[in-house]
Design a binder for this molecule. Sequence first.
Ligand SMILES: [Mn+2]
Length: 469
Amino acid sequence: MNIYQERRQRLSSQLGPMDVAIIPTAPTRTRNRDSDHPYRFDSYFYYLTGFVEPDAVLFVNAAGESVLFCQPKDLEREIWDGYRLGPEEAPNALGVERAHSIGEINHYAPQYLANTESVWYPFGTHEGFDQKINTWIATLAQRARAGVKAPQVLKNACSILDEMRLIKDAHEIQIMKDACSISAKAHIRAMQYSAQALREKKSIAEYHLEAEMLHEFRRHGSESVAYTSIVAAGANACVLHYRADKAPVKEGDLVLIDAGCELNGYASDITRTFPSNGRFTGPQRDLYALVLQAQEASVAATRAGVAFTAPHDACLKVLSQGLLDLGLLNTNEHGHVDDIIEHRHYAAYYMHRTSHWLGLDVHDCGSYVQAPSPQSLTTTSWRQLALHAPNSNPTPSTNASPAPRTLEAGMVLTIEPGLYVRPSASAPEAFWNLGIRIEDDAWVREDGVELISREVPVAIDAIEHLMST
Ligand SMILES: [Mn+2]
């Protein structure tokens, strides 16, 4: 049994005895006129099939059987668009019990859904797909007089698949390590290129560094970036969702690069911040050392059995103390570390979370909070519901927020503290326009984490050393 068959069995075993799950892949998307965006399959579908062609839908029943609808063989289309597996070959190649042409799905789907109880599919992933399911069910409902039962319940397959995808198996970990290796090489290449170009008095821009990254990704077989690369020189590093643009990379700038490749569908996500010429200035060094110290504390706090928020909490303690020590916050105005955390004074310089799940998607699926116990579920009275008016800022809920998720071995999350200092009266001018983030990918183990992205260093000495060669 291949890994995809094994995953389909695990999905199947969580369905009710009369249930069916339907998982579509992603549609192709037009870029303009007759040019498409590069095709990217749906992550749930790929997780269950390893099949990368568009126009495909997977059915799984509670008996552990699978049916695939896929593009039919078509010599004319294959001359233009490339090889298609086709339904004749699919059972052999993918281990599905049966396969049909995607063009026949409206004919066969109602037959596979007849006399079933619940239909599971991923809610809200592909616009219009729920309409197709409704149509198949409506077709069946018309045959009620003939004694055919139509499914009565729609359930969200994400609730099963998100939990499965949250714990990475050995196959996934190996791919993610390989993706991180490639991304690490790319970061090193960009760092060395920057220092070398400035030594040679060349004019370079952010896009030159992006080009070095992309070259390295692609030459090692990565099919795509995992997300749009951020290459931000100088003050641009304080714009959190900046992209690589045209700004010059100047002598004395810090450069923040947040970029990772996708390999066999899996994301890597690495951020490094380095001096353009390979030598940190005093204030750059001070602020960088603080972010690095925060990251070390976060890493040390992360292992199976602790809350998902443990790395974030550890990070906030270190950053808050450091912001006091460096004069970015002050005790008279902001109090001590506990006050700074309670009142979120650090948010002037650190406005994002420390971690997110990583996997097939860069911000991978999976809940960040514990599932509520069934006993705690009660209907909220609409008389008491605190509504917020259109265009008003939602007021923070006064209800206790749900408990954070407990980390388990096999989860993969990022650990990415940062500090971003915009010019302001309250920040010492030496730190103005410095934006620093250090991001690594952490594989959770019983006794700690393994950082799978550390082939590119983070220590000040190590960065200066590699940029000097
Ligand atoms: Mn990230």
